[in-house]
Design a protein around this ligand. Structure first.
Ligand code: RIB
Length: 329
């Protein structure tokens, strides 16, 4: 099925021009408008139902429900979604669940009453979220973001977090670590469980992974991770810690600097996301990059093009100063 991007490419115009021809044709010169209309005809481009609803003015709002509005990872997702919403002359509103399933459920209830054009949802627990949405007789299209949905009827965009954890396990083995820790947040988060699973499958050390549970995946919680590791006997203390996201890892780095713990000499630290602060942290952070902005653009495109499919991106390891150099480097 031809997309708005195919039409723009064939007509030799921008996405915005195609959107204007579709939504505000009076803003486009006759020659360019004719080129776009010929391309639409030639490709057999058909507007999706959500796009038609936008044109009909039924709703110009796409809701994005995120796990933690203070985490730059979700800010990048929202930026990507807004870029695509703009192409359809629509707007984005952001709702923060703060990792609380009850708060997420209340957001969804209110959004379902407001007739929004669609919902991009990064769920706390995907099974409960899917059940709540599926129980509605009528609902707008929903795309799960950063998660593969539980059950049919939903599109999704996600990253292979098991592979992401595996890349970290391989790096820590390749750089000589025999004892490693995983600092994870609410273990109910599917992406956290997958990263730990990947670490265990990629790490070749003899010792089992030492798991440090924290109440939240934030900078503040990083200090408690170092507290727990420092309290372990020196003979069994991990020499590396893989944190479930960059905010937690930056918290560990800050605590190491405050307490004079040498990174990576005494402790290698790895994060996940590659938010903008990772590279500029007190020690440049080794991490696993997620294409957060593309998660947002792709999710919004699936929503507004009315496509129901699951897109999975591959993570990428970004090695910086917070981990030991490998052999031969
Ligand atoms: O919300 C916690 C984490 O889950 C984020 O940092 C990001 O990694 C997401 O996948």
């Amino acid at each position: 099925m031809a997309s708005i991007k195919d039409v723009a490419r064939l007509a030799g115009v921008s996405l915005g021009t195609v959107s204007n021809v579709l939504n505000r044709p009076e803003r486009v010169g006759a020659e360019r408008r004719a080129r776009v209309e010929r391309a639409i005809e030639e490709l057999g481009f058909v507007r999706s139902e959500p796009a038609r609803q936008l044109r009909a003015g039924m709703s110009r709002t796409v809701a994005v429900v995120v796990l933690d509005v203070t985490n730059p990872f979700f800010g990048q997702i929202v930026e990507g979604a807004e870029e695509v919403a703009e192409e359809h002359d629509a707007q984005v509103v952001v709702c923060n669940s703060a990792g609380d399933p009850a708060r997420e459920a209340r957001h969804l209830d209110r959004l379902l009453q407001q007739q929004v054009a669609g919902i991009l949802l990064s769920p706390v627990h995907e099974v409960a979220s899917a059940a709540q949405l599926a129980s509605r007789r009528s609902r707008p299209p929903v795309v799960f973001v950063d998660r593969v949905p539980a059950g049919p009827g939903f599109a999704s965009v996600a990253v292979d977090d098991v592979r992401g954890g595996g890349l970290v396990g391989e790096l820590l083995s390749d750089t000589g670590h025999e004892r490693v820790a995983f600092a994870g947040g609410p273990t109910g988060l599917r992406q956290v469980v997958d990263r730990l699973h990947g670490l265990r499958s990629g790490f070749r050390g003899r010792e089992p992974v030492h798991v440090v549970d924290v109440d939240e995946l934030t900078i503040r919680a990083g200090a408690t991770v170092l507290d727990e590791l420092a309290a372990l006997p020196a003979t069994t203390r991990p020499t590396a810690v893989f944190c479930a996201n960059d905010l937690l890892a930056i918290g560990v780095l800050n605590a190491c600097v405050r307490r004079g713990v040498d990174v990576p000499g005494e402790l290698s630290v790895v994060g996940y996301d590659d938010i903008s602060f990772a590279e500029t942290a007190s020690v440049a952070l080794t991490t696993v990059a997620q294409p957060a902005r593309r998660l947002g653009t792709e999710a919004a495109r699936l929503l507004l093009d009315g496509e129901q499919r699951s897109v999975v991106f591959s993570p990428e390891l970004v090695v910086r100063a917070s981990t030991r150099a490998g052999p031969g480097t």
